[in-house]
Design a protein around this ligand. Structure first.
Ligand code: 4IA
Length: 399
């Protein structure tokens, strides 16, 4: 205990390899220590791991701002590694304007328009995987699917899409400390950033795609032409690595719970709930920060202006105070209230697209595959923010 503040202080470094590989023992210790904790390696940070406080912080955007960044670095005190996102790293009123544009483009109406294409692509890819029999769940399925359908919908040309993977890795590492992981993923920052920004220009974007629709919002004066490429950048930053790992984690969850997969195989309407429960059980985005915009408090504990607040989304999603048997992957749970896609005004603006991808891929799988066998140990790609698999050897047994 720190006697001055009465906030429990723990030794954990959430960004150390052992905690990135298996965060759950740390999450439990953080939750049990108190509603607000400190971490000795990051003395200026306060952290929340219980659902109640994580939810409360995310839903109080006035006290806990995003404009100073949603990673460890306080952009009010240190320069951001790239020009700030106009939606993620912004507060009202700017955030309100940019979010309106993105949420219209990524709307339920859009899902109706793209559903058939997204489903056909999932069917075709899963057909190829079933024909192979033995696959790598990441390289053969979880990665190629979003890397095809989402950039297609944005209107990006086919060449160079691997840059999206490098860029995503960098963006999510940049939300943590300046450790080895960030150093390695920023080695190639210059060429990748050049490629990304070039492909945010209107002449590279297919007319009518999500990217072009941003420029249409500039045509109508809703946003400026200076803002448009940065909003396209948000699609390219947030739309691929997230869904790749959401799908990868869902495949992992199902492969390791054959009884749950059997239920899905028997009832395809469980595809969406199975994806949702995977988001809760293996949260793709493990952590986000907010910044205290003024002197404030969390659970009655004083928090000073400019303090970074580390929210453990993945720990909140397994908080026994919120969820019965939180460590069980149960596709019939209907885990509403999970914070894997955030909560409040910054809650994932692309969530209807992400859920569509999850639904159609798991449906395509469940239609054709009666059993998934784990063929060997999986490996992880360590990232400061994402829970990511590198390999997941599977056998798909045709129905
Ligand atoms: C952006 C939090 C994550 C999914 C995300 C990353 C980047 C951006 C938005 C969200 O560049 O706007």
């Amino acid at each position: 205990m720190n006697e001055n503040t009465a906030i429990p202080e723990l030794e954990f470094d959430p960004y150390a390899p052992e905690n990135l590989l298996d965060p759950y023992p740390m999450h439990e210790a953080l939750r049990e220590a108190g509603p607000v904790v400190k971490l000795r390696p990051y003395p200026s940070v306060v952290a929340c791991a219980r659902h109640e406080q994580v939810h409360a912080v995310l839903n109080d955007h006035q006290s806990f701002i995003s404009g100073a960044g949603v990673g460890l670095t306080n952009f009010n005190l240190e320069a951001p590694f790239r020009p700030k996102s106009l939606i993620l790293e912004a507060d009202p009123p700017l955030h309100t304007q940019t979010r309106a544009v993105l949420s219209r483009i990524l709307s339920p109406k859009t899902v109706m328009q793209i559903r058939a294409t997204f489903a056909a692509e999932a069917d075709a890819l899963v057909d190829r995987c079933v024909a192979k029999g033995e696959i790598d769940g990441i390289h053969d399925l979880a990665q190629p699917y979003p890397l095809k359908v989402f950039p297609d919908a944005v209107g990006l040309e086919a060449d160079g899409r691997e840059n999206l993977l490098l860029y995503g890795d960098m963006v999510f590492n940049s939300m943590g400390p300046r450790n080895e992981l960030l150093a390695r993923s920023t080695e190639r920052v210059a060429p990748v950033t050049t490629w990304i920004m070039e492909h945010c220009r209107r002449e590279h974007l297919r007319p009518g795609g999500f990217g072009d629709q941003i420029y249409q919002a500039a045509d109508s004066g809703e946003i400026s032409f200076e803002q448009a490429p940065l909003l396209v950048r948000s699609f390219l930053s947030a739309g691929v690595d997230t869904t790749i790992n959401g799908l990868g984690n869902a495949l992992y969850s199902l492969a390791h719970h054959p009884e749950q997969y059997a239920k899905l195989h028997a009832d395809l309407t469980l595809a969406r709930p199975a994806f949702e429960e995977a988001l809760r059980w293996e949260s793709t985005a493990q952590t986000f920060f907010r910044t205290a915009g003024a002197d404030t408090a969390i659970a009655g504990i004083q928090v000073q202006k400019e303090t970074k607040v580390l929210c453990f989304l993945a720990a909140a999603n397994r908080d026994p105070r919120k969820w019965p048997e939180p460590d069980r992957y149960d596709i019939e749970r209907r885990p509403s209230g999970h914070v894997a896609m955030g909560s409040g005004i910054h809650g994932c603006v692309g969530q209807v697209i992400a859920r569509l991808e999850g639904e159609v891929v798991l449906t395509a799988l469940a239609k054709r595959v009666k059993r998934i066998d784990v063929m060997g140990p999986h490996t992880r790609r360590l990232n400061n923010t994402l829970r990511a698999l590198e390999t997941l050897p599977l056998r798909l047994v045709a129905a």
